[in-house]
Write a protein that binds this ligand. Structure first.
Ligand code: JF5
Length: 253
């Protein structure tokens, strides 16, 4: 997979791209991430990449010429996205689609703005990583690269597929625990140490359902729930033996 990134701050990306999973995947030749600086494609003596906005106003706007010249010189893989808070929101579905392709590219905008002709006549789409404003698209580009490349076969360090993890099946993950079995008085849920794998799978499903209901009820609406799932969600999760202090709500006195 090839991913090209256009940024006026290439140094911002080098550390993350050379580190950990992604660094190893690049070194192994599984992913080919190329960073390009539009400033290198300027021809004016000042090598300027921005200019004042037509119509007035604060801040500077990224000039179209260096971006068009850089993209046309490099011939990056398409689709080419402009990273901006106004773009299509990245989600795990889009991440999987990008991971299934041969590559894509991104232009990092700056918060003041990018000449509109870049979005209109150079890019194939605009992409957002969330409803907040960054100083530039660089951190957003790293989010996209990391989410996509971890799905590329051979990138994940272990042999477990990423299938089991958060958002697959549309639910948040069940909680994880490791040793010690008791830490500062907090015990690991006994079911996880029972060796009963069917019971453990049921417990994890229930935890995933309840967590999703609690933190992301919007996700739950697009999940197919079995009768067992519905039953697990209807229980409060508080019915540990010995903790009941009164009748359940609505009980007949
Ligand atoms: C940017 C204009 C680019 O802030 C972002 C961003 C937020 N979510 N996804 C991307 O990019 C930088 C800001 C304003 C253009």
């Amino acid at each position: 997979m090839r991913i090209d990134i256009f940024t006026i701050f290439p140094d911002y990306l080098t550390g993350p791209l050379d580190t950990s999973l992604l660094g190893r995947a690049r070194h192994a030749g599984i992913v080919d991430v190329r960073v390009h600086d539009p400033r290198a494609y300027t021809s004016d003596p000042h090598r300027s990449v921005d200019d004042t906005p037509f119509g007035g106003g604060a801040g500077m706007v990224m000039r179209p010429e260096p971006l068009f010249d850089a993209v046309e010189a490099v011939g990056p893989p398409r689709p080419l996205f402009l990273l901006t808070p106004g773009g299509r929101r990245l989600d795990q579905h889009l991440v999987s689609e990008l991971a299934a392709g041969a590559g894509f590219s991104m232009i990092c905008g700056r918060y003041e703005g990018v000449d509109q002709r870049v979005a209109d006549h150079l890019c194939d789409g605009e992409l957002s990583v969330g409803d907040y404003v960054l100083a530039g698209g660089e951190a957003a580009a790293l989010v996209v690269v990391e989410a996509v490349t971890r799905l590329v076969p051979g990138v994940l360090g272990n042999d477990a597929s990423p299938e089991d993890e958060s958002f697959t099946g549309g639910l948040l993950e069940a909680p994880h625990y490791t040793r010690p079995a008791e830490f500062r008085g907090w015990a690991v849920p006994p079911v996880l140490r029972s060796g009963d794998h069917a019971e453990i799978a049921r417990w994890r499903r229930t935890q995933a359902l309840r967590r999703t209901q609690e933190h992301r009820p919007d996700l739950l609406r697009s999940v197919e729930l079995s009768p067992e799932d519905r039953a697990a969600l209807e229980e409060t999760g508080d019915e540990r033996p010995g903790t009941m202090t009164g009748p359940p709500p609505g009980a007949t006195p």
